[in-house]
Structures are given as C-alpha cells and as structure tokens.
Ligand binder design. Structure first.
Ligand SMILES: Cc1cc2nc3c(=O)[nH]c(=O)nc-3n(C[C@H](O)[C@H](O)[C@H](O)COP(=O)(O)OP(=O)(O)OC[C@H]3O[C@@H](n4cnc5c(N)ncnc54)[C@H](O)[C@@H]3O)c2cc1C
Length: 274
C-alpha cells in the first residue's frame, strides 16, 4: 500500500468505519447533525486569562450532543429583558471541549467591550442556565495534510486550541494569533509539533491585517501539502486569505476562512470565499 492509500485508509477508519474508496486525500467531509435546542446549566467558571472566560456547562440533554470538527459552532440564546418581542438574541460560539461521559460542554468566551454574549459571560455564575442550538453540521478537514497553519484572533482561539489539541502526533502546526497582551497567551496540550507565534497588538485594530501579514513573512511552509485556516474580524480575514492565495500562491482549496465578527456590527458570521 502506498503512502496515499495508507492516508486514505487511515482517514476513512477515523471516520467511524465509513471506509470506502470515495474518501480522497485532503477531501473535506461534511456531516449533518440533528438540530436541537438544549438547556444547559453552568457548572464551573475559569478565568483562563484576564480576557478569556472558560464556562463549563452540564446537562442530561447533552447525552446525544455531537461536535465532530474543531471549528463547529453552536448558537447561544441570550434572554433580553427589555426586548419588546421577548425573543433572545443569538450568537455563535465554538464547542471548545465536550466530555460525553461527564455530560459536560465547555465554551471559551473572549471578552470585549460590549455585546450580550460578553455581558452574559462576564456576569455568569454557577447555576445559571443558557439555551444552545446546534451544531447544525461539521466540516471535517482530514488529518492527512503535511502541515497546518492556523491564523486568528481571540475569537478564533477556542477553535485553534481545539484543532491543535486534536491533530495527529507529529503533525507540524503553526499558529499565528493576535492578542491584546502577552498575558492572553494560552498553552495547549498536543502531540502535534506546535509552533505558536503570538502577535501582541493591543486592542483589535484595522491595521491588524498588516501586522499579521508582516509576521507571516517569517513563515516558511514545511515541505508538502498544507492546510490553512483563518478566522477573526471579517475584513482582516479577507485580506489574509487573499494574501495567502494570491501572493503566497497557496492552493485555494486548502484555505478555509471565516469572519467570526465584524467591526462595528453585532452578530456577524461571514463565510469568506470568492
Ligand atoms: C463560527 C463562529 C465561532 C465562534 N466562536 C467563538 C468562541 O468560541 N469564543 C468567542 O469568544 N467568540 C467566538 N465567536 C465570535 C463571537 O460570535 C462574536 O465575537 C460575537 O459577536 C460576540 O457577541 P457579543 O454579544 O459579545 O457582541 P456583539 O453584540 O455581536 O457585538 C457588539 C460589538 O462588539 C464588537 N465585537 C464582536 N466580537 C468582538 C471581538 N471578538 N473582539 C472585539 N470586538 C468584538 C462588534 O463589532 C460590535 O461592535 C465565533 C463566531 C463564529 C462565527
């Protein structure tokens, strides 16, 4: 069996025995999940860093929860006392970790100036309840690339951390993450070969794209095929994606980019492509 067949077989095996010849090298798979609304209870709160709150939720309703990819997202429903229609507002968050046996879901909240999610997290206490919906689906990027480059800001840190932790042993992965201050740096336990690059840029700024691009100038891709993932403020993500494809000539199919928020706009999830 040659190297490509071996990788194909291993990926198919990891997909839960769905081994078949149609699974190609570097092929992203989509998985749909039954969409359900669940009510969770806060069981523990950790102040990971001054700006990052880790909230652990428990619920028997998590028994059939599934999250197959590190950049999955759930909708969180925040009740709004003053709202005339009485409807909660929704925001997207990454299932940072899920422990089925314990019935526990973990979500990391990057605190920023304002917004219902930030305000809820900053005031959360054990026993609080919150409704979630989803994930609706997962896009599973195969663990068969020769290297990975993950770029983002605080909002993308949970998805980046989860991907770094879930990568196969020995896989080279570089992360480039813009944060306010060195005290926002995080450590991830991983068997991958992880090279973190932290950009200490102060508060998020329009010029962050240039700063990140400058730091990328020092990045020499390892040999072989690489997967690049970019998420954060939408305009910055768009600039960096274009840079990697048009100036660094990285194959478009191996770049995944998403705007996780938009400057001056509430609740903005922007898929970024052509
Ligand atoms: C797929 C996906 C997964 C995500 N996962 C996470 C996650 O795990 N953890 C996480 O913290 N965020 C995550 N985000 C980002 C999060 O959904 C947004 O930051 C969201 O806008 C926060 O809601 P809010 O109510 O606090 O602020 P909003 O009411 O949406 O916005 C209020 C103001 O704050 C600004 N703003 C919003 N987000 C940020 C930010 N991160 N930094 C600075 N200013 C901001 C807006 O431009 C607006 O002016 C994810 C987004 C997506 C699309």
């Amino acid at each position: 069996m040659n190297q490509i067949d071996r990788l194909r077989r291993r990926f198919a095996d990891e997909m839960g025995g769905a081994a078949n010849e149609s699974v190609g090298l570097h092929e992203t798979r989509r998985m749909r999940h039954e969409v359900r609304r669940r009510t969770l209870t806060v069981s523990r709160i950790e102040h990971l860093t001054p700006r990052m709150m880790r909230v652990h939720f428990i619920s028997p309703e998590l028994a059939d929860f599934a999250s197959a990819a590190p950049d999955d997202h759930v909708k969180l429903f925040f009740p709004q006392a003053g709202r005339i229609d009485g409807k909660p507002v929704m925001r997207d968050f990454t299932p940072r970790a899920f422990d089925r046996a314990a019935g526990r879901l973990t979500i990391d909240f990057a605190l920023h100036e304002n917004g219902p999610a930030t305000e809820w997290a900053a005031n959360a206490k054990v026993g609080d309840r919150l409704d979630i919906g989803g994930p609706r689906g997962s896009q599973i990027v195969p663990d068969d690339f020769d290297w990975y480059l993950l770029i983002g800001d605080e909002s993308a840190l949970p998805a980046i951390g989860r991907r770094v932790e879930e990568l196969r042993a020995g896989a080279p992965v570089t992360t480039l993450i813009a944060i306010v201050h060195p005290y926002e740096e995080q450590r991830f336990k991983t068997q991958a070969v992880w090279t973190p690059i932290w950009l200490h840029r102060g508060e998020p700024n329009k010029g962050d794209a240039d700063l990140l691009r400058d730091r990328l100038a020092d990045f020499t891709p390892p040999p072989g095929d690489g997967f690049i993932w970019i998420a954060g403020e939408a305009a910055i993500v768009r600039t960096l994606r274009a840079h990697m494809i048009e100036e660094r000539h990285h194959p478009k199919a191996w770049v995944k980019a998403a705007g996780y928020w938009q400057r001056g706009k509430a609740d903005a999830h922007v898929e970024i492509g052509d």
